[in-house]
Design a binder for this molecule. Structure first.
Ligand code: BDR
Ligand code: CA
Length: 314
């Protein structure tokens, strides 16, 4: 039985690798569509990248819809220093030949979920800021019944990466993240606690380089990551956005804990923080129901091997 998944993304180097891993797993994952969201780069750039990637990966039949141009109330904050001016590191994609689905992100996503036959449900896999998902759940609240779970990349129970306290995807649109976390839909949070253990080293990049032409594109993207301010001088790069997909493929390789989770929506140094808002992470002092399953650990060697095996399938 294949699981229906919807990918919400801002490609993005690690988004591209994650999408490649997902497209190499269609024996287990049925990719029902992709929506784009402003995040790592502008909506125009990430949407072109998503279209180009689906062509590259042989997934032209998968709908790509353009999603939110900016966060709910904040200004967009592209991170070209990490993902490059074009979003995919040293790869400068050709203008994609295929065109977008004309409908808008949240409305199209709503229809796709609503029209699933019978008892079928959708698993949402957001790997960028949560703007589209918040718009979906806010505009069409009843659709929650047809959403199995949201397995997202974002947040951190410890320190952040865009600021000392916050992870980028949550920080970029904290109001959207808070709406999603409080929506009542079961949530698996693949945050920095686990994603910083999910690595590729230069050794793997060299293997990709020596494989086929598609793997060489992956390698060119990842080399930029190695050179970026986020990873310069480090021996490995974190494959944040692949984590939700590999979790869906083999949950037993991961462990985590259920927690009460709120997002700090302030304008100060706690903006986007997901760790101690309810004091519940470490001490479980609150009476509120636990709303998020926070992944904390992984069989890291398995992760690298499994991801590489999928990237080598092209
Ligand atoms: C997240 O931020 C983005 O830059 C990456 O694509 C990933 O989704 C990691 O914090
Ligand atoms: Ca991303």
């Amino acid at each position: 039985m294949r699981r229906n998944i919807w990918i919400d993304t801002d490609p993005g180097i690690d988004d591209a690798i994650a999408i490649a891993a997902a497209f190499a797993s269609t024996d287990r994952l049925k990719i029902c569509g992709i929506s784009t969201v402003a995040g790592n780069q502008t909506i125009d750039i990430v949407t072109d990248n998503a279209l180009w990637l689906t062509e590259l990966l042989g997934g032209k039949e998968v709908s790509v819809v353009r999603g939110a141009e900016h966060p709910l109330i904040r200004r967009p904050h592209p991170v070209g220093r990490v993902h490059g001016e074009h979003g995919l590191g040293y790869v400068i994609p050709d203008k994609p030949a295929r065109t977008l689905t004309s409908a808008q992100g949240a409305a199209f996503l709503y229809q796709a979920i609503r029209d699933l036959p019978g008892e079928e449900k959708m698993t949402l896999v957001p790997i960028g800021p949560l703007t589209n998902i918040a718009l979906l759940l806010g505009t069409y609240p009843k659709i929650r019944q047809k959403i199995d779970q949201i397995v997202l990349m974002g947040g951190s129970a410890r320190e952040g990466n865009i600021t000392a306290t916050a992870e980028y995807n949550i920080w970029a649109d904290p109001e959207a993240a808070e709406m999603v976390f409080q929506s009542g839909v079961p949530i698996v949070m693949c945050g920095l606690d686990v994603t910083m253990k999910c690595l590729l080293t230069m050794e793997e990049i060299l293997k990709l380089k020596k494989a086929g032409p598609i793997q060489q594109q992956f390698a060119r993207m990842l080399e930029f990551y190695f050179d970026s301010t986020a990873y310069r001088g480090k021996g490995s790069v974190a494959m944040h956005d692949s984590v939700p997909f590999l979790y869906l493929l083999q949950e037993e390789k991961f462990s985590g804990e259920h927690h009460v989770m709120h997002v700090s929506c302030t304008e100060d140094s706690c903006r986007g923080m997901t760790c101690v808002c309810d004091g519940a992470y470490t001490y479980s002092q609150t009476e509120k129901p636990q709303n998020v399953y926070v992944l904390k650990d992984v069989d890291a060697a398995w992760f690298t091997q499994e991801l590489m095996e999928r990237l080598m399938r092209y």
